[in-house]
Design a protein around this ligand. Structure first.
Ligand code: ZN
Length: 454
């Protein structure tokens, strides 16, 4: 049994002071308020539920900063970015992917995330030849989580085609491809690879998008693990909506709602291109909108209608997607600022009862837990101990408490205010640093040097 004592904590019922938390194994065993700090307890400032990062492509972390030049095409865009991504990933070995994934998971923990849902589509060797072990790359993501300690929800991705017209995968996509039968075997083997991880690891499935799967492939993926998380990219780019409309006969959200039983096990990533009626209809299903505000800004995707979505009671969470920057506070700030810039408003997502920072932290924690299938997202007995602590001696948090503390954290401070993180009770970040920061960073630097020298 380990104990944490916090000056203040955001509990299921709201803020409390002088809180002692008991953790037994991976779960919160007890919560007491109005307590004195006891010897042997880890003493922290403000204790919060730590969200799961609900969308990541780990290997893309090593591409950050490589795609900011204007090429010969004057319309540099998502699609030219994707070409560079395809060339880059052709160099990556399983060892590279493991080192990159370990590093980015460490950064996620230091930013305050306790878990990650890895949307994993880099399956095969260059040229598209399967590795001797079909789920080799999935096993490397699991090995990364074993070292970093992060809570892992692994989402093997079904990627069948190079576009809605069912063209064959291009040279850059050939490492992703499977038909539904081989995909089913891959998911099975990926599940075996997770068996070495702690019991909070989860396995879901991810049909990539309506661009990359057939209706039959989508149905097969949905049926594969009926109770597990199901994630899919949806309605990210205007050209994607047009392509889906031409091939499938409806806009992506409209098609999905008409042909699939979308419910709380679903997490739809991006949803930056929705009409108002789609926003309201999708919010009503209980599915999570997987928002990636930094990546969506980087790629010029568009702005999610967070005001209408939250107004309709929609669930949402945060993903870091391209992993160009790993920072929870900046994701939350970018989400709220995007709404303000579009609507010329302020405090766009606040409610009469809760400040912007409170709404953002609670929304990300609740939606992230749902999308990652973790019994977390609030601090209460019996829940997984996914926790983060803020250093209340950080200069931007001086004199702040309660909701105002969260507002200061999101809008004035940054992730350096995060002092401690526990993933299912594993104390992985202390004093703002991951317990294996040096070794993990050295291995990542070696990969970057090798890739740069190619
Ligand atoms: Zn993505």
């Amino acid at each position: 049994m380990i104990r944490i004592w916090a000056e203040q904590a955001l509990l299921e019922g709201g803020w409390a002071s002088d809180v002692t938390l008991a953790i037994d194994g991976c779960k919160i065993a007890g919560v007491s308020t109005g307590t004195l700090p006891e010897a042997g307890a880890t003493r922290v400032g403000a204790l919060l539920p730590a969200p799961a990062n609900l969308h990541s492509h780990a290997f893309q972390r090593a591409m950050a900063g490589l795609t900011e030049r204007r090429g010969p095409d004057p319309r540099d865009s998502f699609w030219t970015w994707r070409q560079l991504m395809f060339r880059f990933l052709d160099q990556l070995t399983p060892d590279d992917v493991q080192a990159i994934a370990t590093f980015v998971q460490m950064e996620m923990l230091e930013a305050g995330y306790a878990a990650v849902a890895e949307f994993h589509y880099l399956h095969h060797a260059p040229g598209g030849v399967p590795y001797a072990r079909l789920a080799e790359m999935a096993a490397r993501i699991a090995a990364a989580a074993e070292q970093s300690g992060i809570g892992l929800t692994l989402l093997p991705v079904l990627y069948q085609y190079g576009g809605c017209d069912r063209r064959a995968l291009g040279p850059g996509q050939i490492r992703f491809g499977n038909d539904p039968d081989r995909f089913a075997r891959l998911v099975e083997e990926a599940g075996q690879a997770l068996s070495t991880l702690p019991a909070d690891a989860r396995l879901g499935v991810a049909p990539h998008s309506l661009r990359a799967v057939s209706p039959e492939g989508l149905a097969a993926a949905i049926a594969l693990r009926p109770d597990a998380p199901l994630h899919m990219h949806l309605a990210e780019q205007v050209a994607e909506v047009d392509e889906v409309q031409a091939a499938w006969g409806a806009r992506p959200v409209e098609w999905l709602l008409a042909h699939a039983q979308v419910d709380a096990r679903w997490c739809l990533i991006h949803c930056t291109q929705m009409e108002r009626h789609e926003t309201l209809a999708l919010a009503a299903t209980g599915a999570v909108a997987g928002l990636c505000p930094i990546t969506e800004s980087s790629l010029g995707d568009g702005i999610f209608d967070g005001v209408a979505w939250t107004g309709a009671g929609g669930n949402w969470g945060i993903g870091s997607d391209s992993n160009i920057r790993i920072t929870l506070t900046e994701e939350l700030r970018t989400l709220d600022y995007s709404q303000r810039l579009r609507d010329r408003s302020r405090a766009a997502l606040a409610t009469p009862e809760k400040s912007t920072g409170r709404v953002l932290f609670e929304g990300a924690a609740k939606g992230g837990a749902q999308a990652a299938a973790r019994d977390a997202g609030v601090i209460a007995p019996g829940r997984l101990a996914d926790l983060m602590a803020l250093d209340t001696s950080h200069v931007d948090l001086e004199g702040r408490s309660g909701d105002t503390l969260l507002d200061a954290c999101v809008f004035a401070a940054d992730d350096r205010a995060v002092s401690d993180v526990w993933a299912a009770g594993r104390h992985l970040v202390s004093g703002g640093e991951h317990v294996q920061r040096h070794a993990i960073t050295s291995a990542y630097r070696a990969v970057l040097r090798r890739l740069t020298a190619l």
